[in-house]
Design a protein around this ligand. Structure first.
Ligand code: BG6
Length: 492
């Protein structure tokens, strides 16, 4: 079956922070792709707003540049770019002050049949004040939605403040909390693998699965985001959201349908069943690291401390931990989670390691029987590998071999792999919240993360240094090897 494009209803999308990095790098290129594909129809418009003065033409020129920079040449021709630019306009609005709101109001249509979405691509401190102003300006109707990005708070209490402020103006069904990992094709494929195949479900439990590993490894450093990153760290930046969301999709019970609340109810149950990690066990179950100088992507790179201006910092750029889910399906099955910057490779993958066979009928000469593994590669080289044992072909008696049943998506399908924001932005317009986080999920995730942060603080130890271009501190290897297991590290 080829890819299908179902047009979305006409919309007005107002992007606060419309001249910021996220808008140029992700949002505008994603909207361009959807326009080019014919999914955006009729008089739909994108209105970028920010405090700076800028004409529509200047903004269109900046958008053209962004498309040239962030969209591959074979995916943009002049005609499509010109067509898209007609949908784009700019208005000067002081999001948290008084200025520009009446102009914004007059530039938006009066037609309540249009979906109206506000995308807040701004610092989270501004979410509340901007929402209040949107409400005050009378810009909310039945088909209005608001989109917010992480970080939603830096702990449970501050997340409450953000959610309360947004929730005072918008109903929960109008609030779209983006976790861009949920928009990745391969992450959605995880749901297809689990729930569109009868084969896996009977094995998907503690009786047959030995453990699960989730790795999100990056080779980049903090890339000029040190002001934010140094107050966040890897646990808040990656684990609280992306990695816990992946864990939920692996571990949740089959939802009744793809309905947003049906899926989110099941994810919430997983988050609530996570065994607490705190002062009593954090030293055993977690490892924190910070990158030191080394090599990455073929060149020498400096330490984290140098990147943030030569100061000493206790912020972790790496974390690995052993999580457990206290329910019938997963009791006793560890979920090893790992993420970090400046690691040996850029790779995000989920490894489901099955239990070994109960008894081998083969002689020693046949070689050892390795347990089956399902490896879901989220990026790059998206695909799925199921590692099985076979007889090594050819004469020479029974020799066993561990081989993958291998499906590379790039080789198997011609369709381009859309960026996560393409799917998520269209879902906002469609009003489909399945791939967005509900408030109680964010709360439950912080509920589990906060005691880990508190334990680290109480411990008062600095994160362990690791050489850039490696897999993190040796303590992370010890974390899993203590249990007689190893991290999966395989070139795809
Ligand atoms: C973001 C984090 O949410 O995800 C970044 O703030 C991280 O620190 C990024 O680099 C990773 O996303 P992706 O899509 O490149 O894997």
């Amino acid at each position: 079956m080829t890819a299908q494009t179902i047009p979305v209803d006409p919309f007005e999308l107002v992007v606060f922070g419309g001249t910021g990095d996220l808008a140029y790098r992700k949002l505008l290129p994603a909207l361009f792709q959807r326009d080019r594909a014919g999914q955006i129809v009729g008089p739909s418009r994108i209105l970028a707003v920010s405090r700076r003065e800028m004409s529509d033409d200047a903004f269109r020129a900046a958008t053209r540049e962004a498309i040239e920079r962030f969209v591959a040449p074979e995916e943009r021709d002049a005609q499509c770019v010109d067509h898209f630019l007609q949908r784009v306009a700019y208005a000067t609005v002081d999001g948290t002050g008084e200025g520009g709101w009446s102009e914004l109001r007059s530039r938006l249509g009066n037609d309540e049949d249009f979906v109206r979405a506000f995308y807040l691509a701004v610092n989270p401190d501004l979410f509340g004040p901007i929402c209040r102003n949107i409400g005050k300006a009378g810009l909310i109707h039945d088909k209005t939605r608001v989109v917010i990005e992480k970080p939603i708070g830096k702990d449970f209490d501050t997340a409450q403040v953000v959610n309360e402020a947004v929730g005072a103006v918008f109903d929960e069904h109008q609030i779209f909390r983006i976790d861009h990992y949920l928009g990745k094709e391969t992450v959605q494929n995880l749901m297809a693998l689990r729930f569109a195949n009868a084969l896996l479900e009977p094995l998907w439990n503690a009786a047959h699965i030995d453990h699960v590993q989730i790795t999100v490894a990056e080779t980049i450093g903090v890339e000029g985001r040190s002001a934010y990153y140094d107050t966040a760290g890897a646990l808040r930046d990656m684990v609280q959201n992306h990695i816990l969301q992946l864990l939920c999709l692996v571990a949740m019970e089959p939802p009744m349908s793809m309905d947003a609340d049906a899926v989110r109810d099941e994810k919430l149950k997983v988050l609530k069943a996570l065994q607490p990690i705190g002062v009593d066990n954090a030293d055993r179950l977690t490892v924190r690291g910070q990158y030191a100088a080394g090599a990455s992507n073929g060149g020498a790179v400096g330490a984290y401390a140098d990147e943030i201006g030569g100061e000493t910092s206790a912020t972790e750029t790496f974390v690995s931990l052993k999580a457990e889910i206290a329910n019938w399906r997963w009791s006793g099955v560890p979920f090893y989670l790992r993420t970090g910057k400046r690691l040996a490779a850029r790779v995000s993958e989920i490894v489901v390691a099955f239990r070994p066979i109960p008894h081998s009928i083969f002689t020693k000469d046949a070689g050892s029987v390795v347990a089956n593994q399902l490896v879901i590669r989220l990026q790059p080289d998206e695909g799925v590998k199921l590692w099985l044992m076979i007889k090594d072909p050819g004469p020479g008696g029974m020799r066993l071999k561990h081989v993958p049943l291998d499906m590379s998506f790039a080789e198997a399908f011609e369709a381009r792999n859309p960026d996560a924001y393409e799917r998520l932005l269209m879902d906002v317009i469609r009003g489909d919240q399945t791939l967005f986080m509900r408030r109680d999920e964010v709360d439950a995730a912080w509920h589990w993360i906060d005691p880990i942060l508190a334990a680290w603080k109480a411990e008062g130890e600095a994160p362990k240094p690791y050489t850039s271009g490696t897999w993190g501190p040796s303590a992370s290897v010890a974390l899993i090897e203590r249990d007689g297991r190893t991290w999966h590290e395989e070139a795809f």
